[in-house]
Design a protein. Structure first.
Length: 303
């Protein structure tokens, strides 16, 4: 008797590659950390780190740059995951950068703290003497991220220069850096959004509830559905209403739009993604500020 094969199976070669990269980080750097956003990609990295060093305790701390405008579901999940895995959780706050006069709170309809995270992150790297930061960026997300190496070198000002990145032939990862430099590491660079969801399904990973269909108060802006919150600057003509939505990507509440969806389980989410006509980050207003918005923030030291 023949059984139908699962068409959503995850390519295990991607997991092997990611674990190899994570182990190389542990071998080549003295003070690495995982940049944790609370989103599905960083949650996937936590699981991969656990697998890479099992049965030992994960050797990396989780560093979260908290804008203060996060989804409450994400923060609750972040704290639970740190306790569940035993990983050290380090939090640095954008509000501290604002209080210190290092950044200025944005004003206006599209005001967001998302861009302000760069200064807080660079200060944390210097304070904690970090030489490697593991992130969940994938090349399929956005064209600026498609340029990234797996070991992406930042100079002593935290800035990224495409012309100074190294070749990575035959899976050889060069972690040698000069004093003051650091490296961003992207173990799931070669994964797609669908790969991440298939992995979450096969590994039965817990994720924040905002990824699943739920009722939420939203406003409609620029053809998208924004979560209503005290952080969102609304205009008089923007009416709050309840809708059944979910989020494909999770960031600051002021820059992450929802999609109308009835997908209440992972199988339905996977089918929805396959049928999607816009990219995952099509609902991120911070990527729409200009054609080169992500490129500019990368150059300044973001992610």
């Amino acid at each position: 008797m023949h059984t139908k094969k699962n068409v959503n199976t995850f390519p295990r070669a991607l997991e092997d590659e990611a674990i190899y990269i994570i182990r190389e980080v542990a071998a080549q750097f003295e003070k690495p950390v995982l940049l944790f956003s609370g989103g599905k990609d960083s949650i996937t990295l936590v699981h991969l780190i656990q697998k890479a060093f099992y049965p030992a305790r994960p050797p990396f701390a989780m560093l979260h740059i908290d804008t203060g405008h996060n989804f409450k579901e994400t923060i609750i999940f972040r704290d639970w995951l740190a306790a569940h895995t035993g990983m050290q959780l380090i939090v640095r706050y954008v509000q501290q950068s604002i209080n210190a006069g290092k950044v200025t709170e944005e004003t206006g309809k599209y005001a967001s703290r998302n861009v302000l995270q760069t200064v807080t992150l660079l200060d944390a790297i210097e304070e904690l003497k970090l030489d490697a930061c593991i992130g969940g960026a994938r090349r399929d997300e956005e064209k600026a991220r498609a340029k990234e190496r797996i070991f992406s070198v930042r100079d002593n000002f935290g800035q990224w220069d495409a012309k100074k990145q190294r070749s990575e032939l035959f899976d050889i990862l060069n972690g040698k850096i000069n004093t003051g430099e650091n490296v961003r590491v992207f173990p799931i660079s070669n994964w797609t959004e669908l790969d991440v969801w298939n992995y979450i399904k096969e590994e039965a990973l817990a994720i924040p509830s905002v990824y699943f269909s739920h009722k939420r108060n939203v406003i409609e802006r620029d053809g998208m559905y924004w979560p209503h919150s005290p952080f969102l600057n609304t205009t008089k003509d923007e009416t709050v209403f309840e809708a059944t939505v979910r989020f494909r990507t999770v960031g600051d509440m002021t820059c992450t739009a929802a999609v109308l969806s009835e997908a209440a389980d992972i199988d339905t989410i996977i089918q929805e993604i396959k049928a999607a006509t816009i990219s995952e980050r099509g609902a991120r207003i911070d990527d729409k500020r200009s054609e080169a918005a992500m490129e500019k923030r990368k150059n300044e030291g973001y992610f």
